[in-house]
Design a protein around this ligand. Structure first.
Ligand SMILES: O=c1ccn([C@@H]2O[C@H](COP(=O)(O)O)[C@@H](O)[C@H]2O)c(=O)[nH]1
Length: 245
C-alpha cells in the first residue's frame, strides 16, 4: 500500500473507531507522507479495516504490529499481513537475529509470490516510552543509547532495512550504520504539545536534524481540535527548515 514519499511525517491513527480513522486519513491526505496503523486499530478491525483506511487516504501504510515471538511464528504473522502490502512493517529487535532474519525472508518470499512490493522491514529497539530507569527495571543497565545501538546492530546484521528508535539516538545510529539505514522516530513532540507517556522525545525539527527519515506523530495531530491545522503547522515548520515542498 504505497511507497514512502518525500514528506517524512507519518500520522499514527491510534483508535478503534474505523470512521474516525478513515476521516483522519482523508482529511490529512495532503499534509502527511503516510499513515501508521498499530495494535489498537488492527486488533479491532484487522485486514478489512486497514483496507478501508487505505482507500480513504491512499497514503503509504506503516503497519506497526511489532511482532515478537519465535522465528517460525513471526514468519507466519509477516506472511499473513503481506496481502496488505505495507510500505513499512516492524518486529521487535529483542526477538533476536534469527527471528528478524526469518521475518525478512518471509516478507520477501511472500511479497514475491503475491506480486507486491516487499515492505521496508524495521526493528523496534527500545520503545520511546522508556527511560534508563525503566530499562534497568527490566534487567538492562546502562544508558538507553547503548541498548538501542546493540539492538540496531543486530537488526542490521539480520538484513533489516532500519529501526524504530527515538530521535535522541538517531545521530549515533546514523554514524554506526550508515546513510541508507532507515531511522523511524516516534516520540516526536512539537513545542506546543504535551509529552503524554513518551519519555525520549524531540521536536520535529530536532528529529530531522538528528537524521531521522520518518517522523511518527499521533496525538499532537489526532487529538487536536483541528488535526489538519495541527499537521500543517508541523509540516510548515519542517518546510521552513528544509525545502520539503
Ligand atoms: O518506540 C516506539 C514505537 C512505536 N511507537 C508508536 O508511535 C505512536 C506514537 O504516538 P504519539 O501519540 O505521537 O505518542 C504510537 O502509535 C506508538 O504505538 C512509539 O510511540 N514508540
Amino acid at each position: 500500500m504505497g511507497r514512502p514519499t518525500a514528506n517524512p511525517l507519518f500520522v499514527a491513527l491510534d483508535t478503534t473507531d474505523v470512521g474516525e480513522a478513515t476521516a483522519l486519513a482523508a482529511n490529512l491526505h495532503d499534509d502527511v507522507g503516510g499513515v501508521k496503523l498499530g495494535l489498537e486499530f488492527f486488533a479491532r478491525h484487522g485486514h478489512k479495516g486497514v483496507r478501508e483506511v487505505f482507500r480513504a487516504g491512499g497514503l503509504p501504510l506503516f503497519l506497526d504490529l511489532k511482532f515478537h515471538d519465535i522465528p517460525n511464528t513471526v514468519a507466519g504473522a509477516v506472511r499473513a499481513v503481506m496481502p496488505l502490502a505495507p510500505a513499512l512493517l516492524n518486529v521487535h529487535a529483542a526477538g533476536g537475529q534469527a527471528m528478524m532474519a526469518a521475518a525478512r525472508d518471509s516478507a520477501q518470499t511472500e511479497a514475491a509470490r503475491l506480486g507486491v512490493a516487499p515492505p521496508r522491514l524495521l526493528a523496534v529497539t527500545v520503545p520511546t516510552s522508556l527511560d534508563a530507569e525503566d530499562l534497568a527495571a527490566t534487567g538492562v543497565a546502562g544508558p538507553v543509547s547503548d541498548q538501542v545501538r546493540r539492538l540496531a546492530a543486530l537488526a542490521h546484521a539480520a538484513g533489516l532495512d532500519g529501526v524504530v528508535c527515538s530521535a535522541l539516538e538517531a545521530p549515533l545510529l546514523r554514524a554506526d550504520l550508515g546513510p541508507d539505514f532507515l531511522l523511524v522516530t516516534p516520540g516526536v513532540r512539537p513545542t506546543w504539545a504535551s509529552a503524554d507517556d513518551q519519555k525520549r522525545v524531540a521536536t520535529p525539527r530536532e528529529a530531522l536534524e538528528a537524521g531521522a527519515d520518518v517522523l511518527v506523530i499521533g496525538r499532537p495531530i489526532t487529538g487536536a481540535s483541528d488535526p489538519h491545522r495541527a499537521a500543517r503547522r508541523i509540516l510548515d515548520d519542517l518546510i521552513a527548515e528544509r525545502n520539503l515542498a
